[in-house]
Design a protein around this ligand. Structure first.
Ligand code: FE2
Ligand code: FE2
Length: 153
């Protein structure tokens, strides 16, 4: 665990969430397994956004990355709305197909920017204890009930 960089751990979570959305899209109409994968991916993505906004972005903002973080916060709100729309569509009996494609496109652009601009700085900027806390949260942290991303409140 000590040798794992924060950037690598966060990138791995991006990939896992992408795979969950893809697993659902590839199984359109074929029932529970795809939906379970999508539900897990949605929960993981909301928790990922929480972790970034509460623990990762504040020290990066203090280090001067103000404008890129503002863009990321706006995109989180758009992604959050797509997640709400997917859940609403599934509850109403829809297939959420178009919304999942929209989510995949949003994540493609958002994640690439984080991975190129923000995550490489994370390993340089966060203290060892902040990094340790973040890695521990990635391992077993829970999204607080009712938490909504900053720009979707
Ligand atoms: Fe993000
Ligand atoms: Fe991210």
């Amino acid at each position: 665990m000590e040798t794992q960089t924060l950037a690598a751990a966060l990138e791995r979570e991006h990939r896992e969430i992408d795979e969950g959305v893809e697993a659902f899209s590839a199984r359109q109409g074929s029932g529970d397994e795809g939906q379970a994968a999508l539900s897990r991916a949605i929960r993981a993505l909301r928790r990922h956004i929480y972790l970034e906004e509460e623990f990762l972005f504040p020290p990066l903002r203090e280090a001067g990355l103000v404008a890129p973080i503002l863009v990321m916060l706006r995109e989180h709100a758009q992604i959050w709305q797509t997640l709400d729309a997917i859940e609403g569509d599934l509850r109403a009996g829809g297939d959420a197909d178009a919304l999942c494609r929209q989510l995949a496109t949003q994540l493609l652009h958002h994640n690439l920017k984080e991975e190129k601009v923000l995550y490489p700085q994370a390993d340089a900027v966060l203290t060892a204890s902040a990094t340790g806390q973040l890695l521990a949260f990635l391992d077993s942290g829970e999204l607080p009930d009712g938490w909504v991303c900053q720009k979707a409140r």
